[in-house]
Design a protein around this ligand. Structure first.
Ligand code: G4P
Length: 527
């Protein structure tokens, strides 16, 4: 395939994730985006698919018992020649680490807000990750069919809490039982909302011709729209792409209202895959979507999608080239070669074999523990992408195996789970303990479950004396000097990097003040 064709393939791709607080409507919106693209015919399919998956994968008992979705997946669908890759992120906050990593593979995000609640804690947390990478964000204010907050105060909240300029593209005519639809602010087309129609609402028509607006409602809408046009910035593609501005959409995912407009927005405004920073053959550079060489990075390992096969599927985000099934790819650093003979593409309907894929696409690469989160794959094995973060764990526990004869197995098992990114593993410099770290409590439960089922190890988590972990960087002599006087608080992570385990945040601040030449980081970019 020639270079221009490769670039054209990448140009028609939109790889995005949805960020939201639980219950804001992410699942419902996902489903209705799939409906709008024709990938599914009936609402309920996503959930049904989830149920089905749950009944199939019994290691995820926790997932089933708690009714939450733990494993992120990818859904690919197409509309009008545009290929959408929707990266599904787990909604439960304990799994935010997974979510963070998934966001590194997205080129844009849709932020879903519940119109009655505005910005909630989890929205804020996820937004901050998007901000770290300047990911452009489209905002969808959902549940307009219910009593909503004043839309202007919602926009002001976006501006104040996120320091993001909201540019409304539509304006709603009231909400709840009085919700009538919305005006396209870029013209005077009105989209009517019919509360008794589940999915088919009248198409856009000139405002003057809108039948479901009473004269006073229309006058009010015209007046408010004038105020809004004056009071808020108009949409600027550059500012949006740089992560400073968000186009704002309104709707009701449940009633399939405003969803088509959001999908249009993703197609028209969201960026296609861009160049990705990388070290190429040891030199700083980047991989362009149109580059011939196939390259990509693993942002997630999904384990046990099929419990009968104990499989590990590495989610590979492609950054360049044309991937073909059966291709050989090399892992940067180890030089290990992999023949990708059974890659998986996640079409909305079901898993399908990927014959070919381009920059922006995500393919699942089944493997038996060869691939790790953060690995870079390419044809030469000489491309290294950086930037996949590890976050300082918020909970640290000492882990012991009940049967002391199995202590050796424990090490292997913990390393394997840490490589997958399930939990983090710290090996104190003194003593034989293992300290595991997680962002949320649920990660420990998943870990215990998997240690029991996959490795036959019954483990006990005990309180550890530490509450904070920080990666230390700086001049080696300084690190050594610091490590020398804090021996009992030093540990190594899975990559052998030096970590300071502190009893409190105060200790971390104290150390940082005393040692200005050292950096105590909350995040580590995976090599
Ligand atoms: P999440 O993935 O973000 O956690 O949210 P989800 O889509 O599961 O939606 C959470 C609840 O909000 C669901 O109700 C869902 O039906 C409802 N919902 C989503 N979008 C809209 C909307 O636009 N309007 C209204 N009125 N409700 C909406 P539930 O009762 O918790 O679940 P269910 O019994 O309906 O499945």
């Amino acid at each position: 395939m020639s270079k221009p064709d490769l670039a054209a393939q990448a140009a028609r791709r939109r790889t995005f994730a949805i960020i939201s607080h639980p219950d804001a409507g992410k699942t419902t919106l996902t489903e209705h985006l799939l409906l709008a693209s024709g990938a599914i015919r009936q609402a309920g399919a996503v959930r049904a698919r989830g149920e089905n998956r749950r009944t199939r994968s019994d290691w995820m008992k926790i997932e089933r018992e708690r009714g939450i979705s733990v494993s992120a997946s990818v859904m690919t669908f197409e509309r009008d020649e545009v290929v959408f890759n929707l990266l599904d992120t787990p909604g439960h906050e304990d799994f935010s680490e997974d979510t963070y990593r998934t966001l590194t593979a997205a080129d844009a995000a849709v932020m879903v807000l519940d119109a009655a609640k505005g910005i909630e804690p989890q929205t804020l947390k996820l937004f901050e990750v998007c901000r770290l990478r300047d990911i452009p964000i489209l905002t969808f204010i959902n549940k307009m069919d219910r009593e909503a907050q004043d839309p202007m105060s919602l926009l002001d909240e976006i501006a104040a809490k996120l320091a993001l300029d909201p540019a409304p593209l539509f304006w709603p005519a009231d909400s709840g039982v009085r919700f009538r639809g919305m005006l396209d602010l870029r013209g005077d087309r009105f989209l009517g909302y019919e509360k008794d129609r589940d999915q088919e609402h009248p198409g856009p028509c000139p405002l003057a011709a809108a039948t479901n607006l009473a004269p006073d409602e229309r006058a009010m809408l015209v007046e408010t729209a004038d105020l809004v046009r004056e009071g808020y910035p108009s949409f600027d593609l550059k500012a949006f792409r740089e992560g400073h501005m968000t186009p704002v959409y309104f709707g009701s995912a449940l009633r399939h209202f405003g969803v088509e407009q959001l999908l249009d927005g993703l197609a028209d405004l969201a960026p296609s895959p861009r160049a990705t920073r990388a070290e190429v053959a040891g030199q700083p550079g980047e991989m362009q979507p149109g580059d011939r060489q196939v390259s990509g990075f693993v942002f997630k390992i999904q384990a046990n999608m099929d419990p009968n096969h104990r499989d590990r599927v590495a989610m590979l985000r492609l950054c360049s080239g044309e991937f073909k099934r059966g291709m050989k790819l090399k892992v940067q650093g180890t030089g290990k070669q992999l023949t990708v003979s059974a890659p998986v593409m996640f079409m909305a309907s079901d898993r399908e074999l990927a014959e070919e894929a381009y920059a922006g696409d995500v393919i699942g690469v089944p493997n038996h523990g060869v691939l790790r989160v953060g690995d870079s794959l390419s044809e030469t094995g000489q491309v290294r992408f950086a930037g996949l973060p590890d976050f300082a764990p918020e909970i640290l526990r000492r882990v012991r195996v009940k049967d002391p004869l199995k202590a050796k197995h424990l090490k292997k098992a913990l390393e394997s789970l840490a490589e997958e990114g399930v939990t983090q593993l710290f090996r104190p410099e003194i003593g034989a303990d293992f300290i595991v770290g997680a962002v949320g409590q649920l990660q420990f439960e998943v870990m215990a479950d998997r240690l029991a089922n996959e490795f036959g190890l019954e483990v006990i988590f005990e309180n550890s004396p530490f509450s904070e972990a920080r990666w230390i960087t700086g001049p080696q002599a300084e690190i050594d000097a610091f490590a020398n006087i804090n021996k009992t608080a030093m540990a190594r992570d899975i990559d052998g990097l030096m970590v300071f385990l502190a009893k409190s945040a105060w200790d971390v601040n104290y150390a940082a003040e005393k040692r200005p030449e050292l950096t105590f980081s909350r995040t580590k970019e995976r090599a």
